[in-house]
Ligand binder design. Structure first.
Ligand SMILES: Nc1ncnc2c1ncn2[C@@H]1O[C@H](COP(=O)(O)OP(=O)(O)OP(=O)(O)O)[C@@H](O)[C@H]1O
Length: 378
C-alpha cells in the first residue's frame, strides 16, 4: 500500500501540452476517481502514474519514492484496462500466473495467489478456460485477478467497465468496491460514468483541459461545486443555469432579479459582489418545485416519464428553459402553465469568472464551496 503524490506534473506530446501542472495527493488506501470530458487528460494522467508515458516535468512519488525514472514493472502498480489485454492462447490460470512467473515466484506461491484471487472474484471454475470461452464480465474479472496476484501497492483502472452491458457493469462495479474494502489498496480509477464515480470514489478529481477543477468527496462536489464547470459536469440531468442581475447585497446573502420574474435571496457571501452585476444562478432539477405561488412561471414543453420519477422541461420565455425532476406520481402535462419555486438554500451563484460564491454558514460566516484544494486531504 502506498500514497501517490504528483507535484506540478506536466505532459506534452510534441508541441501539444496536455497536462498543465497537476498537484495531487492520493492517500494510502484511498479510492480516487478521475472524471472529466473526453480528451481532458484522464488516461494520460493515469498512464503517467503507471510509467507508460514519460513525465515532461514535475515529480511523481509512489510510497514516498520518486519514480519518474523507474520502469513501470518496478513501481509496484498494476493496471486494468478497458480492453482486458489477456493473452488469448493462455488459460485463465496462466494469464493470472504469467506476471508472477516472470517475477520468478515459486510454483507453490503462484498457485496459492492465483487460487486466492480466483476465490475473491468467484472465477475458480473458469481457471482452465481460454479467454475466448469467457463472457466480457468474466474476462474483466480475470484481468482484475491478474492485477490482484501481483499484490500491487496501487491499482490503476482505465475505464474497466466500459465494454460491459448495464447489468454486468453494476455487478463488476460492486466487485471492485469489495476488492477495495478487502485489500484497502490505493486505487486510481478513470471513468466517464458518473454513477461509477459517485459510488466508488472516496474522492473525485474533476479534470478539464489538462487541469484540475476541483477535488472532493462525491457529495462535496455535488452539493458544493467550486465553479460553473464542476456544477454543470456532475449531475444528471444537468444543473439548471439562469443568468440574472444582482439587485441587493446584504449579510443574509445576495438578492438577484430573475428574468421575467421575482427576486430571490441566495444565502451566499456577498464579498466582492456589486449591485447590477450579472451572475449565474444554478439550481438542480430536484430543487425546483411546481407550486401555487412560485417565483417563476413557465409552460411545460415536454414530459419524460421515467417510472419512479419524471422530468418536466419548462420554457419560461425568450427561449429560456428549466428541467425539473418530479416524483412519478405527480401529474403535469405538456402545454400546462406552471408556477415554479426555487429553494433559495439549494441555489448556487456563480460570478462572471465561473467561480462559485461561498455559502453562508448558519452562524453567518462564509463556507467555502470548494472543500479542498487539489493537494489537501479530504
Ligand atoms: N500519444 C499521444 N500523442 C499525441 N497526443 C495524445 C497522445 N495521447 C493522448 N493525446 C492527446 O492528449 C489529450 C488527452 O488525452 P487522454 O486520452 O488523456 O484524454 P481522456 O480524458 O482520457 O479522454 P477520453 O475520455 O476520450 O478517453 C487528447 O487531446 C489526446 O488527443
Amino acid at each position: 500500500m502506498a500514497d501517490v503524490v504528483l507535484k506540478n506534473v506536466r505532459k506534452s506530446f510534441g508541441r501539444a501540452r496536455v497536462i498543465h501542472g497537476v498537484d495531487l495527493d492520493v492517500k494510502d488506501g484511498e479510492f480516487l476517481v478521475f472524471v472529466g470530458p473526453s480528451g481532458c487528460g484522464k488516461s494520460t494522467l493515469l498512464r503517467l502514474i503507471a510509467g507508460l508515458e514519460d513525465i515532461t516535468s514535475g515529480d511523481l512519488f509512489i510510497g514516498g519514492q520518486r519514480v519518474n525514472d523507474l520502469a513501470p514493472a518496478k513501481r509496484g502498480i498494476a493496471m486494468v484496462f478497458q480492453s482486458y489485454a489477456l493473452y488469448p492462447h493462455m488459460s485463465v490460470y496462466d494469464n493470472m500466473a504469467f506476471g508472477l512467473e516472470l517475477a520468478k515466484s515459486s510454483k507453490a506461491q503462484i498457485d496459492a495467489k492465483v487460487r486466492e484471487a480466483a476465490r475473491m472474484l468467484q472465477i475458480e471454475n473458469l481457471l482452465d478456460r481460454k479467454p475466448r470461452q469467457l463472457s466480457g464480465g468474466q474476462r474483466q474479472r480475470v484481468a482484475i485477478g491478474r492485477a490482484i496476484v501481483r499484490d500491487p501497492k496501487v491499482f490503476l483502472f482505465d475505464e474497466p467497465l466500459s465494454n460491459l452491458d448495464a447489468a454486468l457493469r453494476v455487478q463488476t462495479r460492486i466487485e471492485i468496491a469489495k476488492l477495495h474494502t478487502d485489500t484497502r489498496a490505493t486505487m486510481i480509477y478513470v471513468t466517464h460514468d458518473q454513477v461509477e464515480a459517485m459510488t466508488l470514489a472516496d474522492r473525485i478529481v474533476v479534470l478539464n483541459a489538462g487541469r484540475i477543477e476541483q477535488v472532493g468527496t462525491p457529495l462535496e462536489l455535488y452539493h458544493r461545486p467550486a465553479n460553473l464547470f464542476v456544477a454543470g459536469f456532475l449531475g444528471s440531468p444537468q444543473m439548471n443555469f439562469i443568468t440574472c442581475v444582482v439587485s441587493h447585497v446584504g449579510s443574509d446573502g445576495v438578492q438577484v432579479q430573475l428574468p421575467n420574474a421575482g427576486m430571490i435571496t441566495v444565502p451566499v457571501s456577498s464579498d466582492g459582489v456589486r449591485v447590477g452585476e450579472t451572475v449565474t444562478l444554478g439550481i438542480r432539477p430536484d430543487h425546483v418545485k411546481v407550486s401555487a405561488q412560485g417565483t417563476l412561471t413557465g409552460r411545460i414543453e415536454l414530459v419524460e416519464e421515467l417510472g419512479e420519477n419524471h422530468l418536466l422541461y419548462v420554457d419560461f420565455g425568450k427561449d429560456r428553459h428549466l428541467t425539473i425532476r418530479e416524483p412519478g406520481d405527480a401529474r403535469h402535462g405538456i402545454g400546462q402553465e406552471v408556477s415554479l419555486s426555487l429553494a433559495p438554500e439549494s441555489c448556487h451563484l456563480f460570478k462572471d469568472s465561473g467561480e462559485a460564491l461561498p455559502l453562508i454558514a448558519p452562524t453567518g460566516t462564509p463556507m467555502a464551496r470548494s472543500p479542498s484544494p487539489a493537494t489537501s486531504a479530504a
